[in-house]
Design a protein around this ligand. Structure first.
Ligand SMILES: [Zn+2]
Length: 296
């Protein structure tokens, strides 16, 4: 049983027809299909549940609708991604609600299992980062998760120092959660696990990139009961196995890469891949308090 703890299935790159990454005989292939095709295929391949986290404020509506369509399979996390907070209006006007009120309303949906993506992202040029608003929305979402007793899905990019300072200060607000798409060092990994958080590991581990060696060390040093599998689909593809670059970059990443991620973790930790799949799925059920999942 596999659980994809981070895939944006309701997001617009999965609207209409598109190319996506699939797996055949232990190799990546590219297929064309629709959102329904992908969902059918990932279920058939052994994915028992997917968590779909919010990106911009408007994406919450779509992901709640998709979760209603696939109850017990797609679990929604509501929030605002740090790079999108500047779009969320602080004040309601012309009959529209403020971003904060809309977020509070999404949080009331009974299917919601977490708050996120929230966190800090300092990747863009400083003047486009809106750091203050990122911090306001980060703390706002941590407090909202606390009020509801929900775990958080964290997106932290090039901002570990500030993010860890805030997380330590609001430590009492934490009800578990995950540092998603983790690609830091073993030391950074420990900083998050010491706060009771998990590491979300996905396609980054299958990349031939400068940071991969440090990430491998972090995976080796982190106990398996602190690791969750994820894809961040449609993003964070594994290394291109030889397709023309343009073709590979257009292909949406999907949960079909999870067995390859589990196999790489198994190799690094010298344990059987089945154990990685089982333990990480148990971790996901525990952290996100998922109901019993139908075996597929
Ligand atoms: Zn994401």
């Amino acid at each position: 049983m596999l659980i994809d703890t981070h895939i944006h299935l309701s997001y617009h790159p999965f609207d209409q027809g598109f190319p996506y990454i699939a797996r055949e005989k232990d190799a990546f292939v590219i297929r064309r299909g629709s959102r329904e095709d992908v969902i059918r295929e990932i279920r058939a391949a052994g994915t028992a549940a997917c968590i779909d986290p919010a990106v911009d404020l408007g994406s919450n509506e779509k992901l709640l609708a998709l979760a209603e369509q696939y109850p017990g399979f797609i679990f929604p996390a509501v929030g605002v991604h740090p790079t999108r907070v500047f779009q969320a209006a602080e004040k309601g006007k012309d009959g529209r609600m403020s971003g904060r009120k809309r977020f509070a309303q999404f949080l009331e949906h009974p299917a919601v299992i977490a708050v996120g993506e929230t966190g800090l992202d300092y990747h863009l040029a400083r003047k486009e980062q809106h750091r203050l608003r990122q911090i306001i929305w980060f703390i706002r979402q941590l407090k909202a998760a606390h009020r509801k007793g929900l775990p958080v899905i964290l997106h932290i990019r090039e901002a570990h120092e500030d993010a860890l300072r805030i997380l330590r200060r609001y430590r009492n607000c934490l009800h578990g959660g995950v540092c998603h798409c983790f690609r830091g060092s073993a030391d950074e990994a420990r900083s998050y696990t010491e706060l009771g958080l998990m590491l979300g590991i996905g396609g980054s581990l299958l990349k031939d990139a400068p940071g991969t060696a440090a990430l491998e060390q972090a995976v080796i040093m982190t106990p398996l009961d602190r690791i969750l599998l994820e894809t961040d689909g449609p993003y964070v593809r594994p290394e291109n196995p030889g397709f023309p670059n343009k073709q590979w970059e257009k292909a949406r990443n999907t949960s079909l890469i999870l067995p390859a991620v589990a196999a790489r973790i198994a190799e690094l930790k010298s344990v059987p891949p089945e154990e990685v799949e089982r333990v990480t799925a148990e971790n996901a059920v525990r952290v996100f308090r998922l109901p019993p999942l139908g075996e597929v």
